[in-house]
Write a protein that binds this ligand. Sequence first.
Ligand SMILES: [Zn+2]
Length: 167
Amino acid sequence: MSRARQARTPASTTEPGFENRNRQQVVRPTGLRGTDHNARVYEIVCRDCGYRYGANGTDIHDRKCPKCQGGKPGLPTEPRLESSPIEPWTVADAKARFSEVLEKARTEGPQVITRNGKKAAVVVGIDEWEKKTKRQGTLAEFLHNSPWRGADIDLERSPEKMREIEF
Ligand SMILES: [Zn+2]
């Protein structure tokens, strides 16, 4: 039995089905970039407790389960929400990861926050804000000239409302 099993063991430590000596088995490649140089993230399942987590392809041979074997924490196995700079934040996400919102506002451009599925606010880096206020443009012009241009922000469909507000 063990011989037959060994014969089926994939040769590569990144091949789905590969199981290391700690009984951590490769489920699938996630296609995500890992934290090691040139590494990719693979989804791993612990054969002891069933916990699923992400691991660098370079780590798999001696990975220990983060849950039941004291291994280091797993990596995300799904693309993170903020991988796209124009992905809006929900209030809950923005609250939980506010420093990330700020950092992205500074490095990637305005971050939109949605409440109940509707856009509620924009977080803008101070550099961009100051540039905007020096130019004396309207917020609408500012957003049109920002990296947000072309994003699904829909300022044009309500010109009356924009005028009523009078920036
Ligand atoms: Zn486990």
